[in-house]
Design a protein around this ligand. Structure first.
Ligand SMILES: Nc1ncnc2c1ncn2[C@@H]1O[C@H](COP(=O)(O)OP(=O)(O)O)[C@@H](O)[C@H]1O
Ligand SMILES: [Mg+2]
Length: 111
């Protein structure tokens, strides 16, 4: 249940990032796959404005937001949820533009 919340947060962030981008096609991709160690790898990719390289980790800090009405809590909460399940979450640049958020979870866990 909490993990659905994480995916929802990432989807909403992706949609917001694409809303703020003025031009270009808006594509949000959500996918799930089994990773090497038989855990799950979930990927949410968008074609929004993307992230500055030095922001890729900072955005997971509590209260970090670039939005006038943002709370800056969702990514921080998402990271604690994923880590509480023994997983990892990170961001990287999409190509040619936008952001990719991914998290891995170990195999055989209860959600
Ligand atoms: N998909 C994304 N593309 C670009 N920037 C993003 C994306 N997701 C998050 N961010 C950046 O990370 C910040 C923190 O996100 P979040 O923790 O969800 O808080 P909030 O959405 O309230 O700002 C956002 O304000 C934005 O600057
Ligand atoms: Mg958000």
């Amino acid at each position: 249940m909490q993990l659905q919340q994480v995916i929802l947060n990432l989807v909403l962030n992706g949609m917001e990032a694409m809303n703020r981008a003025l031009d270009g096609r808006r594509v949000l991709t959500v996918s799930a796959a089994r990773n090497e160690s038989k855990g799950a790898l979930v990927t949410v990719a968008d074609t929004g404005a993307g992230l500055a390289p030095d922001n890729l980790d900072r955005i997971f800090s509590a209260f970090y937001t670039a939005k006038p009405e943002g709370m800056g809590m969702e990514l921080a909460i998402s990271r604690s949820i994923v880590e509480a399940h023994g997983g990892r979450i990170w961001a990287s640049p999409n190509s040619p533009r936008g952001a990719v958020f991914q998290f891995v979870l170990p195999a055989g866990m209860e959600t």
